[in-house]
Design a protein around this ligand. Sequence first.
Ligand SMILES: Cc1cc2nc3c(=O)[nH]c(=O)nc-3n(C[C@H](O)[C@H](O)[C@H](O)COP(=O)(O)OP(=O)(O)OC[C@H]3O[C@@H](n4cnc5c(N)ncnc54)[C@H](O)[C@@H]3O)c2cc1C
Length: 309
Amino acid sequence: MAYKEIFARIAGNTFVHERVTTGRIFRPLVERFVAGETIEHGLSAVESLNNKGMAASLDFLGEEVHDEDAAASVREEYLFLLDVINKRGLAANISLKSTQLGLGFNPDLCRENIATIVERARDYGNFVRIDMEGSGYTSDILSLFYDLHNDYDNLGVVMQAYLYRTGDDTRELVEQQARIRLCKGAYSEPSIVAFPKKKKVDENYRHLMEYLLEYANYPAIATHDEALISHGQEFAAEHGITPDKFEFQMLYGVRRDIQEQIVENGYNLRIYVPYGKEWYPYLMRRIGERPANAFFILKNIMRESLHRE
Ligand SMILES: Cc1cc2nc3c(=O)[nH]c(=O)nc-3n(C[C@H](O)[C@H](O)[C@H](O)COP(=O)(O)OP(=O)(O)OC[C@H]3O[C@@H](n4cnc5c(N)ncnc54)[C@H](O)[C@@H]3O)c2cc1C
C-alpha cells in the first residue's frame, strides 16, 4: 500500500482527528500551512505576501458540505471576501471547492452558487479558480466548469498530473481557451485512475507543463518541485515564452525559500492561502505529501497519549 493511502486511512481515524484538532502541540504545524481561522488572518497573510511581491489566491477552507444553508454561507463568505479584496486593493483572487458549494448533493445549486461568485468577481475584474478534488468528482467538476466557461471568462480550473485522463482533459480545455492550473494531485487515488509511481506523475507533469506553456492561456504552474520549476523556466526561455505569459503557484508555508527566489528571478508567483476553521482535511493532505510531517504527527500523538495515561 502506498504511503499516501496509508496516511489517508490514519487521517480518517476519529482518534487521530480528535488529537490533532485539540492538541496544542500540533498548533505550530497548523500555523505553518494555514493562515488562521478568520478572514482577517487570511487577509493579513495576503498583505504580507503582497509586500514581498507575491500575489495570492484565498481559499476559505471546507469541503463536502451537505446542506443548502451551509453552501449558502460559504457563498456569502466568498462574496464578502471579493468585496474586501477589492476595497483594500489586494493582489489576490479566490480558489474554491465545488463540494463546498453543493456539488455533492445538488449540482444545479452548486452551479448557481459558483455563478453568483464568479459574477461578483467579474464586476471587480477579479478571477475565480475551481480547485480539483478527488477523482469521483473530476467529470462533474469539468462539466460544471464548461457550463460556466460559456458565460464567464474569469473562471479557471485545475488539472492533476497523476490522473491517466488528464492528457485528454488538458487538450480539450486548451482548445476551449480555458485557464488551467497544473498540479500533481493531492488525493489518495487507486491505480485504476492514477499513476501509482511518483516518477510517472513527475514525467506526466513535465510533459503537460511544456504543453501548457506553449499553448495555454496564462497557465499556472503549481508545484514546489525544484527540478520541474527550473525545467519550466528553461523551456519557456528556449521557446521565447516571456515570464508575463504564465505564473508559478505555491502553497502557503511550503518551500518559502524557493518562493522568494522565484520572485527575485522576475517570475510571477501566486501563493495559495487557506484560512478557516475547517482545516483538518487540508492539513492532512499536506501531511500526506511528506513522510517527515506524518512522523511528527504520529510521534506526538503517541507522546500525548502516554502522558494522559
Ligand atoms: C497553488 C497550488 C494549488 C493546488 N491545488 C490543488 C488542487 O486543486 N487539487 C489537488 O489535488 N491538488 C492541488 N495542489 C496540491 C498538489 O496537487 C500537490 O499535492 C502538492 O503541490 C505537492 O506536490 P509538488 O508539486 O510540490 O511535488 P512534490 O514532489 O510532492 O514535492 C516537491 C518538494 O516540495 C516540498 N513539499 C511538497 N509538499 C510539501 C509539504 N506538504 N510539506 C513540506 N514540503 C513539501 C518538498 O520539498 C518536496 O520535495 C495544489 C498545489 C499548489 C501549489
